[in-house]
Design a protein around this ligand. Sequence first.
Ligand code: NDP
Ligand code: 8X3
Length: 261
Amino acid sequence: MASLKNKIVLITGASSGIGMACAEAFARKGSKLILCARRLERLTELRTRLVKKFKVEILAFQLDVRNRAAVKKAVENLPNKWKQVDILINNAGLARGLSKLHEADTKHWEEMIDTNLKGLLNVTRYVLPLMVAKSSGHIVNIGSTAGHEVYPMGNVYCATKFAVKSLTQSIRLDVLDKDIKVTSVDPGMVLTEFSKVRFSGDESRAKKVYDGIKPLSPNNVADAILFCTTRPKNVNINEIILTPIHQASSTQIYRQNIKTK
Ligand code: NDP
Ligand code: 8X3
C-alpha cells in the first residue's frame, strides 16, 4: 500500500460534505493539503481544526472553480514546494433544481455546467501540467451514479456527470505515456449539503430525498478515494461506483417503512 505521508493533495470544494471528509481523511494519513472553495470562513475553521489535530501543513484559499482566470492565478501563485501536487481531487460540484427540461430555470443549467464541467476543466487545465512536468500524479474526479444512468428530471445534472465520466476517460488517454493515474469515484446517495443546495435551502424537501434509506456518509466516499490513491505504483483504479446498500441504481431504491404502490 502506497503511503500518503507528505503527499500534496489538492481538494476542490473542501468546505463541506465529501471534500471536507477527504480533507480529514488525508490529513489523518499525514498528507499536506491545499483546500479551496468559495466559503473561506469554513475553510479557515477546517484548516485550524486539522492542523491542531494532525499537525499537518495546510494551504487554504477562496476559489470559485468557475472563474478560469482566478483558477489559473491561484495555481500560478502556489509557492514552489506546493506546486508538486501529487493528488488532485476534483470534487467541487452541485445540483440545482429538479425539473423537466422545458420547465427549468436556465440559470440552474449555467451553474451546474459551469461548476461540474467547466470548473473541473479549469482546475485540471492548470494543475495537470504540474503533474506532467514531473511525470507523476493522480487525478480523482468525483462523478456520480447520475453519470451512468439518468433519472427523471435529473437532465442537466446527469449530463454534467456523464461529461465527468467521459473526461475521466479522455484525460487518462491524454496522459497514457506518463506515470499519472486518473480515476473516477462515482457515489450514489451521500448525506451532505448536496440536496439542500439543490433545493435552494429547503431543508424539509432535502430531508425527504433520504426518507427510509441509510445514505452513504461523506466518510464512506473518502474511504473509497483513500483506497484508489494508495494502490501500488503500477495500478490505476479506473472507476469506483459505490451506493448505499439499499440503492441498486439511480431509480431503484428500497425505502424502509415507506409504502410504494
Ligand atoms: P456539498 O454541497 O456538501 O459540497 C459541495 C462542495 O462544492 C462545497 O464545498 C462547495 O463549497 C463546493 N463548490 C460548489 N460550487 C463551487 C464553486 N463554484 N467553486 C468552488 N467550490 C464549489 O455536496 P457534496 O459533498 O455531496 O458534493 C461534492 C461532489 O460530490 C459534487 O461534485 C457532487 O456532484 C458529487 N456527488 C454528490 C452526491 C451526493 O449524493 N451528495 C452523490 C454523487 C456525487 P462552497 O459552496 O464553499 O464553494
Ligand atoms: C448525486 C446523486 O442521484 O442524488 O450525484 O443525483 S443523485
